[in-house]
Design a protein around this ligand. Sequence first.
Ligand code: PAF
Length: 282
Amino acid sequence: MQIIHTIPELRAALAQSRNPAFVPTMGNLHDGHLALVRQARPLGDTLVASIFVNRLQFLPHEDFDSYPRTLQVDADKLRAAGCDVLFAPSEQDLYPEPQTFKVQPDPQLADILEGQFRPGFFTGVCTVVMKLFSAVFAGKAQGTALFGQKDYQQLMVLRRMVQQFALPLDIVAGTTQRADDGLALSSRNGYLSEAERQEAVQLSLALRALARDAVAAAHTLPAQREALEARALQALTGRGWQPDYLTVRRRSDLQPPQAGDALVVLGAARLGRTRLIDNLEV
Ligand code: PAF
């Protein structure tokens, strides 16, 4: 596996590749990332992963500085998983000057849920992903990029970005990988104390309960949705969580559903100093 730090070196390394498969990450890799890498293997002639903790998608009070940076261990895991090229730029490599041109996603999709509680998050994500796509795929007739379904809204925003800019890419989703108790794997799980780790599964349990309630209320869901969500929020708050949202949305655009829509339940909540997210298609 080649480890590359600059865009020109990456383009040179990929010069012979016709259709790279690409897994962008922020590192501190867990089995969810590695499952994406294995899923990517047959989808291109060269398998590229990136590790870059992207300052643009963190708010000033968030965990940019403390986000775990474990490049050596991550590189070993990627090599073992069959990755061909690891692109690990420094901030200076990716943002040699302030990134004043940005990709502004549709506020209808990007300013709700995660975007409401983390303003500017999806602008930061889209901007870095567009730049990474340009580094990996420029000049290629076709490519594939893979993202985990745990970040449900991110996946949807990036799919729309690819569609609206007519990028010659397939976006492929990887199913959420879970620990034995059902907790969705996330780099931020590493922040949890032992007691918090025991408690953390309650977010996915609350979403499961909300999903069950939504199915039971299928015919009257628009009228009942807010009451069901309030009950779910209350269940987590009562256990000491600080939830941002637990909500039932329609899958197509993450807006409040009408009766008969295909549904997804999504949640974000803080347990101590750790903010966790999860979702479940219903
Ligand atoms: O999901 C992530 O790890 C990040 O948001 C991504 C897509 C790598 C962009 O920094």
